[in-house]
Structure formats: structure tokens, C-alpha cells
Design a protein around this ligand. Structure first.
Ligand code: GDP
Ligand code: CA
Length: 312
């Protein structure tokens, strides 16, 4: 069976780890968010692709949920000693190597999709990881703080400001001319089921869905989503700030309506959100906390079971 998933960083990667254990013989293609990508110190950094790659490849810092395990920060400290900005983005030494390889290959003319494949040759994530697009397309956020009203890169708002300044709007710069990366539309066409993990509905899943052609390709498919919101709160992180920015309430119901019944066929909510409903979508209540590997695998199994039920 061919399974396609869309994924951001931590939420997506953890869910995928469960999916991989529960569907080991299946072919899983992951379409990763690249809207978070940023160039730092001359290096191209792809936080969400790397979180998926490190998590599934066994190299993730489990506590933090992103970055490498057993990490040191000598390069970061040396850059700071030179006064080089930005100092708010924490890149570790091991992680730097990934960004050096990627940047070197970009400079040599390789597209991001081929570079991601090359990086995954080392990590063997057990899924096919495709960037949503090879084209440069970055999320920016309009804020108004003591320095005035301006657009900043998503990472500056998320990491430096910890989303503490309200976002007036969120825009995916460059998306109009972005094309799905090679293999993305083919994988969707070939998919038996599509699963949306509990990733950020605005700046992870919402970003991927904005790449021209992707949402349309998903519409005829059986798509099951897992709510990233439990009892009116994002389980971890600050997804509520992103939802507020686009005028959507932080609830499993509102995210369901945001995705819509044209996209979704099934929607998993937490037991406390039973009662959430939308015409044309089968809603089921399941434990949604990815608290340990067994609970995560059970959640992935539930999503897959619902998707298979809805296809038959
Ligand atoms: P990011 O790119 O690292 O922010 O990660 P994602 O976009 O993939 O996922 C972040 C989202 O995952 C958060 O907004 C949370 O709402 C959601 N999330 C994190 N842990 C859990 C969990 O255990 N259960 C559920 N249902 N959602 C979770
Ligand atoms: Ca992200």
C-alpha cells in the first residue's frame, strides 16, 4: 500500500515514527514543509526536513525534539565571539555539517529534492522524504513591535520572538511561482491513502497545501487528518499564535473547518473533543497524545485504519 503524508517538524516526525512501525511493509512518502527554510551564515538550513530525517534516522535530540543528539556548540560560540548575527538560532556542530553538505550541493546546482535524497542515504529514514518544492519559498510574518511594522522571516518571529508579538499576517513568499518537487504529484496520484499528521495547520500543513497543484491533487484522494489541537490548546509549541494570525480559533473543530470537507474524509480528535463534526467528514475520537512510542504507534494505526475503512 502506498501512503502519502505531509509533515512539518516535531509533530510530523514523531507521528511518522509511529506510522513507520505500524506500516513497515508499506511505502511511505513524506512531503516535507520547506517554508521554514532559512539561509544563515551562508548556509541553507531546512529545519523541518532535517527534523524528519534525524528523528526517523535515529539522530534526533529526543529531549528537544529537533537538532542532533550528543550535540556541541563550538562553532556557534566561535561565531558569537566574532559578533556574527543571528545569535538566536541554535545550530550545533553536528547539525552544521548537514547544512554545509546541502549548501555545497546547492552551489553545485543540485535541486533540494536530490540533495535531500543524498542526505537520507546516510540516515536511512525508512520513508521517501521529498521537499514540497525545489523552489525557494519562505514563510514571512508581518509584525508591529518597537522597531515598527515590518515583515520578518518566520524563524525570527518563532525562534527569536517566541511568537510573543502578534502576527498581523503570514505570507508564503514566492509560492505563486513554486512548483511541486519532482515526485510529489506522482506520489499523490499513486497514493492509496493520504494522512495529515498533527503538524502545525498553518505554517506546516497549510504551507504545503499552498504549493500550486498539491491541494488539487489531494482532493480526489482519501485523506485522514489528526488534530494538532487537543481541548483548545496546541499540545506543545505555539500553533495557537499562527491560527490567531489567520483568524482561526484554536480548536479541533476550527482546524477541521479550515482543512474543509473537500480535502478531508476523516478526522481524528481527542476524547475531550468528541462532538466535533463537519458534513462529509467521518470524525472519530482517539487518544491523540504521542507520549511514548506505543501511544504514537497506536495513533498512527488508528489514522491508517480509518483511512483504509474510508477507501473500501
Ligand atoms: P514543527 O515544525 O516542529 O513546529 O512541528 P509540526 O508542525 O510538525 O508540529 C507541531 C504541532 O504538533 C504543534 O502545533 C502541536 O499542535 C502538535 N503536536 C505536538 N505534539 C503532539 C501530540 O502529542 N499530539 C498531537 N495531537 N499533536 C501534537
Ligand atoms: Ca516547522
Amino acid at each position: 500500500m502506498h501512503i502519502v503524508t505531509l509533515a512539518g517538524g516535531i509533530g510530523g516526525a514523531r507521528f511518522l515514527r509511529g506510522l513507520r512501525t505500524t506500516a513497515p511493509a508499506d511505502q511511505i512518502t513524506v512531503i516535507g514543509n520547506t517554508g521554514d527554510d532559512i539561509t544563515l551564515f551562508g548556509l541553507r538550513v531546512c529545519p523541518d526536513l532535517d527534523t524528519v530525517m534525524y528523528t526517523l534516522g535515529g539522530g534526533i535530540d529526543e529531549q528537544q525534539g529537533w537538532g542532533r543528539a550528543d550535540e556541541t556548540h563550538v562553532v556557534k560560540d566561535e561565531l558569537a565571539a566574532y559578533g556574527v548575527e543571528p545569535q538566536w538560532f541554535g545550530l550545533g556542530d553536528r547539525d552544521f555539517a548537514t547544512h554545509i553538505v546541502r549548501s555545497q550541493m546547492l552551489e553545485a546546482g543540485y535541486p533540494l529534492s536530490q540533495i535531500t535524497e543524498a542526505l537520507c542515504a546516510r540516515w536511512q529514514p525508512g520513508v521517501r522524504l521529498l521537499p514540497m518544492t525545489d523552489d525557494r519559498c519562505e514563510t514571512h510574518v508581518v509584525i508591529d513591535d518597537e522597531r515598527g511594522r515590518r515583515a520578518v522571516h518566520f524563524q525570527e518571529w518563532w525562534v527569536r520572538l517566541r511568537a510573543s508579538v502578534p502576527a498581523e499576517s503570514i505570507a508564503l513568499v514566492g509560492v505563486e511561482s513554486a512548483k511541486p518537487a519532482p515526485g510529489v504529484l506522482e506520489a499523490i496520484a499513486d497514493a492509496d491513502v493520504v494522512i495529515l499528521p498533527p503538524s502545525n495547520p498553518v505554517v506546516s500543513i497549510g504551507t504545503i497545501l499552498q504549493v500550486p497543484g498539491i491541494r488539487d491533487a489531494l482532493l480526489p484522494k482519501t485523506v485522514v487528518g489528526v488534530s494538532p489541537i487537543i481541548g483548545g490548546a496546541p499540545v506543545r509549541g505555539m500553533a495557537d499564535a499562527c491560527l490567531t494570525a489567520i483568524g482561526v480559533e484554536t480548536s479541533a473543530q476550527a482546524v477541521l473547518s479550515l482543512y474543509g470537507s473537500d480535502l478531508l474524509d476523516g478526522w481524528l480528535v481527542a476524547p475531550e473533543d468528541a462532538g466535533v463534526a463537519l458534513d462529509g467528514v467521518r470524525v472519530e475520537a482517539r487518544p491523540l497524545l504521542m507520549s511514548d512510542p506505543a501511544a504514537t504507534a497506536a495513533l498512527a494505526r488508528a489514522a491508517l485504519d480509518l483511512a483504509q475503512e474510508l477507501t473500501s
